[in-house]
Design a protein around this ligand. Sequence first.
Ligand SMILES: Cc1cc2nc3c(=O)[nH]c(=O)nc-3n(C[C@H](O)[C@H](O)[C@H](O)COP(=O)(O)OP(=O)(O)OC[C@H]3O[C@@H](n4cnc5c(N)ncnc54)[C@H](O)[C@@H]3O)c2cc1C
Length: 426
Amino acid sequence: MAWDFSTDPEFQEQLDWVEQFCREEVEPLELVFPYAVRMRDPKMKALVDPLRDQVKARGLWAIFLDEELGGPGFGQLKLALLNEIIGRYGSAPAIFGCQAPDTGNMEMLAAYGTDEQKERWLTPLMNQEIWSAYSMTEPQGGSDPNLFVTHAVRDGEQWVINGEKWFTSAGRYADILFVMCTNGMFVVPRDSPGVEIMDQPRSHDHIIYNEVRVPLDHLLGPEDGAKVLAQRRLGGGRIHHAMRAIAQCKRAFDMMCERALSRESHGKIIAEHQMVQSAVADSYAEINMLRLLVLWTAWTIDNSSTQEARTQIAACKYTAAKVLKDVAYRAIHIFGSLGVTDLTPLQAMWAGSPAMSVMDGVDEVHKVTVARNVLKGYQPHDGFWPTDYFPAKRAEARKKFSDAMAADPDLVKYADYMERRSSGRA
Ligand SMILES: Cc1cc2nc3c(=O)[nH]c(=O)nc-3n(C[C@H](O)[C@H](O)[C@H](O)COP(=O)(O)OP(=O)(O)OC[C@H]3O[C@@H](n4cnc5c(N)ncnc54)[C@H](O)[C@@H]3O)c2cc1C
């Protein structure tokens, strides 16, 4: 029987290297030049590229892509273990070639792109020579794709796109935009005439597509296939967010524990106060529950498919947001006044939890998916009583002992006595 929670020693060695590399190289870069990984300035690239080269030399670049999609094929479980480390640092995913929103877009390209499209966009995206964004949500609603109206009309050798998109992360920095239209998924160069990016909000862009023209070969996948591509894109991304959320939770937890052992109040180190212990104990259990859920889901994907694991992925998505919210809140609380400043990462972690609950599908929608799929495995009971109604079950169970009870009246007496007792009538 296989049931093993250990990590391959060789991969553990890689993880140890990643941990040290992030602590010694990535974190200092992030503290001094926070947006360096997202800047085109050659001076910033000169700081970032050597770090990327080290990652590539270790064979850890873009490990999210499966082998059949052109990646190294490490699988989701190893990716989860890696993300548990790099998710602590905002810049690390970009240094490891696995940052959102590029990862999901690359997966879509790898799965649905023609050879020519892959050469044109996937290869430079993999090398991070270009950046991408994903334009799906519209101002009138994001949760329900049936409300989307952005549309492409064919005009000779071109598609003409009209519509309005909202919350396209990093849209203004992207070289190409994956635009979900009611009749297909299109790749639109950001500098195309008619792509109008609003001033606000700054990080997640409001974009008008006004008579934007692209050649016919900028349709990705089949015509009318946008919803299938979107599912493919978002399915993987959701578990990646959950993997990185574990890292955030662990960071908040480490900070909480260190602080609990360092402060004194009312004659004790605060870690000796029982309510502080309760915060530590609940956080420990919740993080490990989340971690096991995510690793089990990653393992399921590796051993079946993203589609097969969709119920688990949905559960990871909203559980990650909840655990992050609760653990970060407890850590902030244990930090007291310092916790409510922005002098530590805690505020940003806590503020990140509502975003986790909304991005890539709101919690409610994922809960509906989980409940619906789980309920498919159940049947309603017959009659008034549930299957676990004791009197009916016990009557059925007595039949199993009927021969023995017929032969021995004492057994009947015992059984009757026990039955009265368990009904509270003994
Ligand atoms: C940090 C972040 C990054 C994002 N990046 C991108 C991106 O790169 N590209 C992109 O296209 N979009 C992006 N989004 C947008 C995201 O996809 C949408 O916010 C999400 O789909 C929800 O849509 P909405 O914001 O319009 O909320 P709505 O659909 O208006 O939902 C609002 C609320 O209504 C309730 N609700 C909605 N539907 C249901 C339901 N079926 N059952 C019960 N309650 C329901 C929930 O309480 C929900 O929170 C991002 C969002 C965030 C927060």
